[in-house]
Design a protein around this ligand. Sequence first.
Ligand code: FAD
Length: 447
Amino acid sequence: MSKVVVIGANHAGTATINTILDNYEGYEVEAFDANSNISFLGCGMALWIGEQISGPSGLFYQTKEQFEAKGATIHMECPVERVDFDAKVVYARDKDGTAYEASYDKLVLATGSLPILPRFEGGDLENIQQVKLFQDAQEVVDKLEDPAIKTVAVVGAGYIGVELAEAFQRNGRHTLLVDMAPTCMANNFDPEFSEMMARNLAEHGIEAHYGEGVDHFEGVDGKVTKLVTDKGAYDVDMVCVCIGFRPNSALADSDAFEKLGNGALVVDRHQMTSVEDVYAVGDCATIFNNSLDGAPGYIALASNAVRSGIVAGHNICGTALETPGVQGSSGICIFDLKMVSTGLTESAAKRAGIEVKATTVTGPQKAPFIEHDNPDATCKIVYDAQTRAILGAQIASTYDMHGNINLFSLAVEKKVTIDELKLLDIFFLPHFNAPYNYITMAALQAE
Ligand SMILES: Cc1cc2nc3c(=O)[nH]c(=O)nc-3n(C[C@H](O)[C@H](O)[C@H](O)COP(=O)(O)OP(=O)(O)OC[C@H]3O[C@@H](n4cnc5c(N)ncnc54)[C@H](O)[C@@H]3O)c2cc1C
């Protein structure tokens, strides 16, 4: 029996454990998680707060008991305190104080990420919330039972902040959205797309304060009452801080581990770290970014976490499987406006010093003679000015066109050029798309 110890049993850890238990015999799996639940889908948090789903029960897809039925040993509420990487032993302690020691042949670090929480003055006041765990969401939902919570400020207008702003507004709260950046979702979209979302949020009553940095919070009786930025002061009853996440890699405290500047554990294409027999998966690890020629980067997404867990599981058990890398494909749907993206935006390419060109087309989703449910979609493709390889794409519409972005995801991964896209066999049926569809047209009009 070969022994695999997994630290962290959320999305990445779960994918690793299931890959091993479902496909291989002769492996003993023991996992430790600091939390009391497994596989919480954080993406459902906003839907729950915004009362678009009836409750959180569907936001989990894996239990401790399901793992145990397949033969694994699972310790919940049992944080690993340290690892002796030379002796190959993990030391943990559960909530009752019982200490555990587990030796391993292979170790998987699946310790995920932690919210970035700057030390603002007044940052420890009551009703300043973070959003990561199921418990964080439950706390917010419980507090919203209090009608005295009338105004909520969301700090950070990335995709999670924008989703939460929608959720609080749907929940009947006056909602402020504050970000230092000049617009929302500036990391995932170019300004013309961000502006579409900014208009959408404003039309639904969300009060945006872009280009404003939080300075401090003020409170009365220990509860937050005011958010003060470098440009103004706003009365608030609750604040949600979601300005990003950092890799939780503190257990890998030996210099032998190669890390990115933000602490993400650098892994090879088998998910192995720079320490033999120690793998890292999910939000604590790097990815290979195909839109930047496969350079190691950090993109914290559940989709990446699951895929990296699958890759690690197979390699641990002797099946060589290389990750093809990722493009950071993601999507958002806010008050019916759907926006999806993959790879580099034009702005990100410029920041990275890559000379790119872009082509954009806005056209009806379906054949123009379809009179109903046929909104326009805007599609922008970014490509390398020299090699003409597609480096990224963005699409926005109130129509559900999200699947189209996966075509671009594969194009970036496989280095398809904008010219190869021009005559790609894209089917036509009036119910679904137009004979002169916006993907073909955008490619054809590329310089
Ligand atoms: C509000 C929100 C919305 C999101 N929406 C999306 C979305 O729509 N699409 C998408 O792809 N991604 C989304 N994400 C990102 C996604 O949730 C993360 O990328 C994903 O959770 C990463 O999974 P992970 O298993 O690597 O890490 P985590 O989910 O961070 O899990 C790490 C686990 O390790 C455990 N752990 C940590 N340290 C120790 C220790 N010392 N000992 C034992 N256990 C430990 C923790 O308890 C935890 O269970 C969202 C995230 C949030 C917060």
